[in-house]
Structures are given as structure tokens and as C-alpha cells.
Design a protein around this ligand. Structure first.
Ligand SMILES: NC(=O)c1ccc[n+]([C@@H]2O[C@H](COP(=O)([O-])OP(=O)(O)OC[C@H]3O[C@@H](n4cnc5c(N)ncnc54)[C@H](OP(=O)(O)O)[C@@H]3O)[C@@H](O)[C@H]2O)c1
Length: 267
């Protein structure tokens, strides 16, 4: 019998990561759950076990290279392989740049969204290279293509993650490793509970209807893991917006400058 594949998911204690962990477990993967909140990971591992799956809760702060190395060590000691790595841990702190706190907002986003993804990929790559196979999915955002006002630092981390994804894809292709960028629009998770440092920046209620559920997001990740491609924007109809932004920057500037003005005018 062939060995069960292994998926490592960061940011597995909530939202997209938790839903992805359940989806991969249901699909027959053994799943390693990484995030900081140990109780949540424990509860999710139990729920997965009750559904007949196997999960390993591994409390990890992706800002800490030593903890990330310990994560890789634990997964490889326990299961001896890694087939899919979902670099999903991330957060937003959205407000005018001058209103963001240098440490608690700016450094935090860079350390989790960008550096964290680098530490995790770097820790698991040697095993994937030995196996001569593996898929790394970096969860970026549409904000990795389109710079929205008030998303300055978040956008910088996600643009950065896109560059990292593209360069790494080319670097490791000869080792049989696929590196995929995923660029979702809004997803209904806990993200918004902490992201909107300035309430005026929060999207209007009617706009939230377009958001994916965490389960739909997990389904996209499942498909990308099994049909890897360079990148994917979700939902699909956001792709033309990305295209417009790239090809008609003056128009995009005009629309988004007006939006920024309206946000600032709101009380
Ligand atoms: N929701 C959206 O609208 C949306 C849209 C586009 C892209 N995204 C991206 O999707 C990813 C997942 O976000 P989500 O929407 O699922 O948000 P979420 O529900 O807030 O979950 C975020 C996850 O990241 C983990 N995390 C935060 N800091 C961490 C750290 N230092 N070390 C390890 N894990 C950490 C959190 O776990 P702990 O707090 O337990 O550590 C949590 O599991 C993020 O990269 C986000 O940028 C989200």
C-alpha cells in the first residue's frame, strides 16, 4: 500500500487554514497544523481524528526561525515526508501608513506574511528536494497585484510574497517541486476582526456578499495542490480587475484616489 501523503498548513488555527486542514484530512492526507494558539490546534486535531483523519498539532510562531525548524523536524520525524506545504499564516493591519504602529502593525505584517513564509519554505525545501517532489502554495491576496490605499504594508508583503513565489518556482523546478501563488479576494474569516485598524477602511456590508467562504477557499487550495499552476486569482472575476490595474494604471489611480478621498471624508 502506498504511504498516505502529508500536508503542512500554517495558520491552521482559524479561517482558511483550518478549513484547508479539514479538506486535506478528508482527502486522505495526514495534516500538520501550525499556528500559535495551541488549544485551537488541539481542538481541530481532535475534530479531524473524530472524522477518521490524522492531524498533528504543532504550535509554531512563523516569525521565529527556531520554531519553524522545530516544526519541520517534528513533521519529518513523525511522518518522514512532506507532500504539500500551504504557507497560509498571515494578517492585515489596514489604515493610513502614518496611523500604523511601527512594531505592532508594520513589522508584524512583514514578519508574519513575508518573512514567515520564507522561513517555512526554507525549512521544508531540503526534504522536498530529497523526495524530488512537493507542492508549495503561498497564500497571498489580490492585494499582491493591486495596491489599494490603506493597504500599504499589507500590499507590500503580498507583492513581496508574489515575487518570492515566482523566483522560488524557477529555482526549484528542476527538483520536481511546484511553487504556486494563490491570490484570493475577500474570504469570510476572522481576518477582519483585527485587520481594520481604521473602521472607515472596512468594506461596506453589501460588498461582503462577494466573499468566499473558508470552505470554498479550502477547495481552491485542494485543487491547486493537485493541479499546480503558476498562480490563481479567486474568485475568477477578479482577474480582469488585476489586468485592468496592470494595463490602465492611470484609470486605476483615478478610481482609487477617489475612493481614498471618500474614506477620509467619512466620519
Ligand atoms: N480573509 C480574507 O479576506 C483574505 C483575503 C486574501 C488573503 N487572505 C490571506 O489568507 C491567509 C489566511 O487568513 P484568514 O483569512 O484565514 O485569517 P484568520 O482567520 O485571521 O487566520 C489567520 C491565521 O494565521 C495565523 N497566524 C497569525 N500570526 C501567526 C504567527 N505569527 N505564526 C503562526 N501563525 C500565525 C493565525 O493563528 P494564531 O493566531 O493562532 O497564530 C490564524 O490561524 C492570510 O495570509 C491572509 O493574508 C485572507
Amino acid at each position: 500500500m502506498t504511504q498516505q501523503p502529508v500536508a503542512v498548513i500554517t495558520g491552521a488555527s482559524a479561517g482558511i487554514g483550518a478549513a484547508a486542514a479539514r479538506r486535506f484530512a478528508r482527502g486522505g492526507y495526514r495534516v500538520a497544523l501550525a499556528a500559535r494558539r495551541a488549544e485551537r490546534l488541539q481542538a481541530l486535531a481532535q475534530a479531524i481524528a473524530q472524522e477518521g483523519g490524522q492531524a498533528l498539532p504543532l504550535p509554531t510562531d512563523v516569525r521565529r526561525p527556531d520554531q519553524v525548524q522545530a516544526l519541520a523536524h517534528a513533521v519529518l520525524e513523525t511522518w518522514g515526508r512532506v507532500d504539500v506545504l500551504v504557507n497560509n499564516a498571515g494578517l492585515g493591519r489596514l489604515a493610513e501608513l502614518t496611523a500604523l504602529d511601527p512594531e505592532a502593525d508594520i513589522r508584524l505584517q512583514v514578519e508574519v506574511n513575508l518573512l514567515g513564509a520564507m522561513w517555512v519554505a526554507r525549512a521544508f525545501l531540503p526534504a522536498m528536494q530529497r523526495q524530488r517532489r512537493g507542492v508549495i502554495i503561498n497564500v497571498a491576496s489580490v492585494a499582491g497585484w493591486v495596491g489599494l490605499p490603506f493597504y500599504t504594508v499589507y500590499a507590500a508583503t503580498k507583492f513581496g510574497l508574489r515575487g518570492f513565489t515566482e523566483a522560488l518556482r524557477r529555482e526549484v523546478a528542476d527538483h520536481g517541486i511546484r511553487v504556486v501563488g494563490w491570490y484570493p479576494g475577500p474570504v469570510r474569516t476572522e481576518f477582519g476582526q483585527h485587520a481594520f485598524r481604521d473602521e472607515r477602511v472596512r468594506p461596506p456590508k453589501r460588498g461582503r456578499g462577494v466573499a468566499l467562504s473558508a470552505e470554498q477557499a479550502a477547495e481552491v487550495l485542494w485543487r491547486l495542490a493537485h493541479h499546480p499552476r503558476r498562480g490563481r486569482v479567486s474568485p475568477w472575476w477578479m482577474s480582469p480587475l488585476v489586468w485592468l490595474n496592470a494595463h490602465f494604471p492611470a484609470l486605476s489611480d483615478a478610481v482609487l484616489v477617489r475612493w481614498a478621498r471618500r474614506v477620509r471624508a467619512a466620519s
